[in-house]
Write a protein that binds this ligand. Structure first.
Ligand code: KG4
Ligand code: ZN
Length: 362
């Protein structure tokens, strides 16, 4: 470690992963992960077919201290060496957010370190810069169990939402379809696996929002269509389930490709060419969706960047990295920082002057 490098502890507890990591930012802006410890609560929530907020909050309380200790130990650094402590302060399940933010405040206070209260969505948005030297502006496609958004990332703290879902998140739709077909939670990987053995043309599912001028998503009509066909085809044989999965996934792919094509065109119109299309969130682990994103990016003549799966899904390293990016700009918080169940990434559309500044920011 050089004397100009900064170390950050990052804590993530907004959903069903308890995570902590230590990340270093070098003087030239390059990132290095020293530790990235994650404990998924999938087993605790699986019997209920989804995340139960009370169970999640309790599990974070039980697990977090040990996970933070492991992250510090694995990184082989002491608290005195940290440049700051970052926690996801929202958006998310409020019980978990309180646990993570309070823990970060306690560590920051005891060791006299700056606290950075990170927006979880901002952390997803900045993750590609942890793994490669990507300059602003770029276009983020965030698709997880809780969020589906197309965001223009113009600079640290400077985001414009170009599209979002008007009902379910994409991952949530995968999970709900899986549940109605009797597949275990989380449903995304199960649906993808079965879709590979199914006929995507057997059921004629709608392609939600196709051809619309805005870049928004809608999944609930498609989900209902799958439910109706599943009821009609009952009792379901294995092949029926595979065909339903294949038909659903094909509809999601086509709709997503269309929505992103519009999103990239809106980006281009307002901010010029993006330096890349970046995918994040658990849904980006889906190989078929990745393939669709690849073609969308190629048609828009931009690069596709998908961080490694462990950094696409919720983790502590992305929180630490967002903390480092904010700290480098002097953006720190105090003990009054509030946990937030809801926290939009874009508060305002940037002024042209702000935008000119961020074009120069690297
Ligand atoms: O980002 P993530 O780990 O957690 C949050 O929701 O914040 O995303 C989890 C979501 C779940 O809904 C899961 O079903 C979905 O991502 N997912 C997938 C795949 N792997 C995970 N969806 C479709 N295909 C997959 N292979
Ligand atoms: Zn997330």
């Amino acid at each position: 470690m050089t004397s100009t490098a900064t170390l950050m502890l990052g804590i993530e507890t907004t959903c069903d992963e308890t995570a902590a990591a230590v990340v270093e930012r070098q003087a030239d802006g390059a990132g290095r992960i020293l530790s990235n410890v994650i404990r998924s609560q999938i087993d605790e929530h699986a019997p209920y077919g989804g995340v139960v907020p009370e169970i999640a909050a309790r599990a974070h309380v039980d697990l977090l201290d040990g996970i933070v200790a492991s992250a510090m130990k694995e990184a082989a650094v002491g608290y005195a060496q940290l440049g700051g402590v970052a926690a996801a302060a929202g958006p998310g399940l409020i019980g978990g957010v309180i646990v993570g933010l309070t823990t970060a405040k306690a560590i920051a206070l005891v060791h006299g370190k700056p606290l950075i209260a990170v927006n979880h969505l901002e952390a997803h948005a900045l993750t590609p810069r942890l793994v490669c030297p990507l300059a602003f502006p770029y276009c983020l496609f965030l698709a997880s169990g809780g969020h589906t958004q197309i965001v223009a990332v113009l600079g640290v703290g400077n985001y414009v939402r170009l599209g979002t879902t008007v009902d379910d998140a994409i991952g949530e739709a995968f999970d709900k379809v899986a549940k109605m077909l009797g597949l275990p939670y989380p449903g995304g990987p199960q649906v993808e696996r079965l879709a590979a053995a199914g006929d995507p043309h057997r059921f004629a599912f709608p392609r939600p929002m196709m051809g619309r001028k805005d870049a928004n998503f809608s999944l609930s009509g498609l989900k209902t269509a799958v439910r109706n066909e599943a009821e009609r085809a009952a009792p379901l044989e294995r092949q029926d389930i595979a065909d339903l999965c294949a038909g659903f996934q094909a509809a999601v792919l086509e709709s997503t490709a269309d929505r992103l094509t519009v999103g990239l065109a809106l980006f281009q119109e307002r901010f010029g060419p993006p330096r890349a299309l970046v995918a994040a969130g658990g849904v980006a682990a889906n190989q078929a969706i990745r393939g669709a994103l690849q073609s969308v990016a190629a048609r828009a003549e931009t690069a596709l960047i998908v961080p490694p799966p462990a950094l696409c899904t919720d983790n502590g390293a992305m929180i630490a990295w967002a903390g480092l990016e904010r700290l480098a700009l002097g953006l720190v918080d105090d003990m009054a920082a509030m946990p937030r169940a809801r926290w939009r990434l874009d508060t305002d559309t940037p002024t042209p002057a702000q935008f000119a500044n961020t074009r120069a920011q690297h």
